[in-house]
Design a protein around this ligand. Structure first.
Ligand code: KG4
Ligand code: ZN
Length: 351
């Protein structure tokens, strides 16, 4: 094991971000002022598609094969030499242990060779940071809805930048509801984009899928009942020789997920008194969710941050951005930094 390097003060400059928590190998370079100079991503969808989901061992191997090339490409697109870097940010967790280890070890080797500070970043903090990547002046306080394969969480970020948890899913994350629903519908992995695409040809009002509100005023989510309802709908269809098109089912199922996300996000805005809403994470790439959020924000005069698609799904620009904030605040990791597959949320629940 390498000894921890002596802590040195971070000198502001370009930062390399590295993300390998699941099935995307990504590297990105931010300039000293935080603007994105490059954002390179390679997806392993082709590797995992025939298995219907991510196979951890194959993910680790694919990260090992691409990490050097993707990082070199990020440096090239940023027109920088390795020695121009002032720091490295890497996803520490949560995620697949073997996949995270590839990024963490690569970041440690680079930081050691270049003798520059590094920092481990929570993937969740990365997604949150993505809301400010294109719009650094987006205001606080702000409600943040994180919707990904692992999270459906509502936070209030206060003017000092601290996040408080307002609500979360009690069972599946929204992304899981999309992925499992897509599997039942016989669509290819990854399921979210597949449902999004198919739903464009369907009628979202064709089937009244249940929308779980939980108890009055709750900002928590639940998608397990919806999933079961989809299963029963499909079983009944087999028996009755379906009149309803599969696209109608996909559109109605998607509508049930996104309607509840929009409803609870705006309820959180109302109860918190915030004037701004940010929606981040892979599911925020959903076209129907984006339309409904934009319509309602415009109707209510609310400021909305919806990152461009490249910053919604996993990317390294968001990791570099979160790492930059931490380095600026004086944090640094030692070279003993370890991946944390089950890394806990850095944010406290509301009391
Ligand atoms: O943030 P992300 O790339 O990885 C995690 O941190 O989990 O989110 C991945 C999730 C998957 O469940 C995927 O199906 C979903 O985001 N997703 C979508 C869309 N694009 C990605 N869900 C609905 N519509 C989309 N267009
Ligand atoms: Zn993610």
């Amino acid at each position: 094991m390498l000894a921890p390097r002596p802590t040195s003060v971070w000198t502001p400059g370009p930062i390399l971000g590295i993300e390998t928590s699941c099935d995307e190998t990504a590297a990105s370079v931010l300039a000293a002022d935080g603007s994105v100079l490059s954002n390179v991503i390679t997806s392993q969808h082709e590797v995992h598609r025939r298995f219907g989901g991510v196979v951890p061992e194959l993910a680790s191997r694919a990260h090992i094969e691409s990490i050097e090339q993707i990082s070199a490409e990020a440096m090239q697109q940023a027109h920088l030499a390795w020695t121009d870097l002032s720091g490295i940010a890497v996803t520490q967790g949560p995620g697949l242990a073997g996949a995270l280890l590839v990024g963490v070890n690569y970041a440690k080797a680079l930081a050691y060779a270049l003798s520059i500070p590094m920092i481990g970043v929570s993937h969740l903090e990365g997604h949150i940071a993505s809301a400010w990547l294109q719009n650094p002046a987006f205001p606080l306080p702000c409600v943040i809805l994180v919707v990904s394969g692992g999270h459906t969480h509502l936070y209030l970020k206060d003017p000092l930048g601290y996040c408080r948890l307002l609500g979360a899913t009690r069972d599946d994350a929204a992304g899981e509801a999309f992925d499992k629903g897509a599997q039942m519908l016989g669509l290819e992995y990854p399921g979210g984009p597949a449902i999004d695409l198919l739903a464009r040809q369907g009628n979202p009002a064709a089937i009244a899928f249940p929308r779980s509100h939980l108890k009055k005023g709750s900002l928590d989510f639940s998608f397990s009942g919806l999933k079961t309802s989809l299963l029963y709908t499909l079983q009944a269809m087999d028996k009755q020789s379906a009149k309803v098109k599969i696209a109608d089912i996909a559109a109605s199922y998607q509508e049930a997920i996104v309607a509840i996300l929009v409803e609870k996000a705006f309820a959180a805005v109302e109860t918190s008194g915030a004037q701004a809403l940010a929606v981040v994470g892979g599911v925020s790439a959903n076209s129907r969710l984006r339309t409904l959020l934009q319509q309602r924000a415009a109707a209510e005069g609310l400021q909305l941050s919806l990152p461009p698609l490249a910053y919604c799904t996993d990317n390294a620009a968001m990791i570099a951005a979160a790492g930059r904030q931490a380095l600026r605040a004086g944090a640094q990791a030692s070279l003993n930094l370890d991946a944390q597959a089950a890394m806990a949320s850095p944010f406290a629940p509301v009391l």
